[in-house]
Design a protein around this ligand. Sequence first.
Ligand code: ZN
Length: 327
Amino acid sequence: MATGRMNQLVVMVNLCSSVVEGIEHLMAYEKNERLKEDAVTGLLTLEENLKGFKADNSVIHETRWMAEVIRNWLFVFDQEFKNRLYRWYFSALKELRNLMTAEIERCPVCSGKGVPHYGAVFYREGGESDQYVLEPIRVFMKCRDCGNYYLAKEERGLPNGKKTPQRTKARCERLLAHIGEFASEGTMLLIGDEKSQLYKEARKAGYDLQAMSLEEAGNRKEGGKGTYRIVLIDRIPRTQDMKLILTRAAEYLAEDGILWFDGPDLDRSIKNLEKKGASMWKGEAAEVCLTDRGIHALADKCGLSVRTYRHVGTASGRLEVIARKKE
Ligand SMILES: [Zn+2]
């Protein structure tokens, strides 16, 4: 999920409320210039953001209208103005709610439409009514178009913020052996941490190895692009845009080079939960989870094609993919 966009919508909802509060004050303390400025700035910011989200035009216009009449003192402090203000407020909130729904239904990989797939619920004792409340605290959607899963809701402050553990030595060796089937020597770029186990093992395996942080790889204009036989992405952070990272990593590949990456395998994780009879795994959830079908669509969006892939991991599954540049 584009968490960033969702957060922006939440900020907009709060801004709507504070703008209304500000205008109510303005009506109480007539002709207060500072309150006027604040209200106008708030409304114009909202207008700008609504445009960015391609919101309904009537809401955008009404927001602009409110800003103009307040900026130019074109209103009188009467009931009619108040009614118009609250009408604007409710229509803006309704539109923001629609935008949030649309955001949840939009797949971050292919922009296709997602439907709820898995919702983990959590029992919590209710307040006064003393009843048990049941609400989903982690929801994954399945994209109907590309087949990948994405996170639509994750409640913060869950009692299990366990970090994804580092790969073991054995796992790194297996992973490198898999790469070795396609390229057993040559230049290798590891996008990730130079102190990681994977770096250590890749060095041992005899590759001509260089490391670059994810940030560096994104910022480099030309250096090293199009030259590596193998590019390896150590870990894609769970909240980052997978598509963007893969696209950038692919730029470092030589023509016949291969790109290795992995991602969480939701189907495997759910199977493990069923076995244990638990509703939610303990680790953090990633924003995108891969599927057999989905990796092809993802690779395609990033100018890549999948050469091979495999399912690994027992406790929490992962999909390891080897891809090359699309011809
Ligand atoms: Zn999709």
